[in-house]
Design a protein around this ligand. Structure first.
Ligand SMILES: [Zn+2]
Length: 87
C-alpha cells in the first residue's frame, strides 16, 4: 500500500490520525459505525479511511446482521419539500 495522503483534498489542510463515524446505506437500511480509525483534516474535518480499513468494513457490512448492534438510533427524516417550503 503506502502512498498515504498527508494533505486534505478539498482544502489542503493537514491530516492527523483520528476517528470518524460512518453512515452507510445498505439498501433502505442505514448502518452507523462509530470510532472508525481515519486520517482527519484539522481544518475541515474531512476523514480519510485507509484501503485496509475500508476493506475490513466492507467485509463486516456483508455479515453485520449477524452481530448485535451496540444500540439502535431513531433519527428524524424530512422531505426536501418540507425543508424548502416557506411558511
Ligand atoms: Zn480539509
Amino acid at each position: 500500500m503506502g502512498d498515504a495522503m498527508d494533505r486534505c483534498d478539498p482544502c489542503s489542510g493537514e491530516l492527523a490520525p483520528g476517528k470518524t463515524t460512518l453512515e452507510i446505506w445498505r439498501g433502505d437500511q442505514l448502518v452507523v459505525i462509530r470510532d472508525v480509525p481515519a486520517d482527519v483534516c484539522l481544518q475541515c474535518n474531512e476523514a480519510y479511511i485507509s484501503p485496509n480499513v475500508s476493506e475490513r468494513l466492507d467485509h463486516f457490512l456483508v455479515e453485520c446482521h449477524q452481530h448485535q448492534p451496540e444500540q439502535y438510533l431513531s433519527v428524524p427524516q424530512y422531505s426536501a419539500a418540507q425543508a424548502m417550503d416557506e411558511p
